[in-house]
Design a binder for this molecule. Sequence first.
Ligand SMILES: Nc1ncnc2c1ncn2[C@@H]1O[C@H](COP(=O)(O)OP(=O)(O)O)[C@@H](O)[C@H]1O
Ligand SMILES: O=C(CO)[C@@H](O)[C@H](O)COP(=O)(O)O
Length: 506
Amino acid sequence: MRELLLGVDIGTSACKVAVFNKQGEVIASGNGDYQVYYPHPGWAEQNPDEWWSAVCSAIGDVLRKGNVKPEEIKGIGVDGQSWSAIPIDKDGNVLTNTPIWMDTRAQSICDRLNVEIGADNIFQVAGNSMQPSYSTAKILWYKENMPEVYANTYKILQSNAFIVYRFTGICSQDKSQGYGLHCFDMRTGTWNMEMCKKLGIPESFLSDIYECSEIVGGVSTKAAKETGLLEGTPVVAGALDAACGTLGSGVIHPGETQEQGGQAGGMSICLDEYAADPRLILSYHAVPNQWILQGGTVGGGGVMRWIEKELGDYERSIAKECGKSSLVQFNELAEKVPAGSDGLIFLPYMSGERSPIWDPNAKGVYYGLDFSKTKGHLIRAAMEGVAYSLKHNLDIGEKTGAKVEELLAMGGSANSLLWTQIKCDVTGKPITVPSSDTATTLGAVMLAGVGIGMYKDFEEAVKITVKKTRHHEPDMEKHAIYQKNYETYLEIYENLKETMKRTGGM
Ligand SMILES: Nc1ncnc2c1ncn2[C@@H]1O[C@H](COP(=O)(O)OP(=O)(O)O)[C@@H](O)[C@H]1O
Ligand SMILES: O=C(CO)[C@@H](O)[C@H](O)COP(=O)(O)O
């Protein structure tokens, strides 16, 4: 009988489920789609019950596709997007949709907390600035705007913890997602009850903290029925998607850096000591005693997803006939345009922006349009704009003293050779791609593998499973062109940020 591991990733655009063997080879994989809801400007929500339904059907597909017997699955690891705040009642019912990491509805609560408690006092404990995208202010938003939800809340769970709860019936808080709550002490990895009190977050909402690879429990009778998995299969606490993507890219030593191109974009620099900067994001890594200093942008692969949806009717209509997906055709159009997009510059602030500018009013911008610009220009400029936002975060990471020599790319955007090369040329850093779509689920199964003792430790897990598939070196001539555009990119935002506070036409 085979000894296999199951990984589940609660991404923003879809859940990914994959079964791996000990060598890190994918036996079968599948996706389950769900929606992001945008009910009001600045709001972005998902329904956690839709995540679970998608997970259940994707597990069924994957077991069938890979001809996997439930008893062959020896452990399960779950990772998920950051900063959910899922209120469940005593019976485990979800009381409302969760605002996701893009949601900025709670800005005024953050402003108030920063004054009342002091932005510095919060930062000293949390290692992160108080921003509406994090979980903290969302919980307080329920209190003020959905008193019934708040009154019936038993626990607040984050994305992976919610799926672990659906698998096992046990509430948990893995260490890597602790940073979502500003009463989690980023120096000790424990709840700071004094800060909880100051923030007004009831202690009872919080769950016990687990190491990411620690077993929380076994698959329950109910979950076994819903998923087709074997009752009792061990489930570990899991981690933040960025942390699992970092682990699945083989980044487990200080000085190594992951570059992520999921719906969101950004980077995660591996650190072995606490080093925070209020412009960036600091979380624990999925690996014990390490941190990751993150740049987390709003615009990543999601920018391409949006452009493809709005401008890709023709490419979608001929995809079958020409044997190339619309995204592949978009890459070909962008490839025909020279580096720098003939001066067309895109600001990818498509739902405000997170690090490093933390501006909920920031807006997407095309600058430099004229009659000569083509669809290819629009696509390439968007790819370049996402790369500028990556560089912006990296530059600040390096200014805090972190060393970044090479990037290890993961996420859907790393499927594009052109986009990876653009990021390489814009940042001037070599980029290696271990795996694009499955790096995150691989990280999740490594946690399960370490948790059940299939791997001795993370060194061994990475050594056995992570294989580098391609490498990009920067073209320094193109880097010089991009450097000029990057300066203009920064200037455009500086010049427009006051104007961006106006919401014309709404
Ligand atoms: N060939 C490609 N070219 C450009 N972008 C791509 C390509 N393939 C996938 N992507 C991008 O990858 C993104 C999905 O990445 P993924 O890591 O699955 O996201 P998430 O985990 O946030 O759901 C999509 O938004 C899409 O734009
Ligand atoms: O905030 C972070 C990590 O800290 C984001 O990376 C989100 O977790 C979204 O991830 P994807 O859905 O884009 O993979």
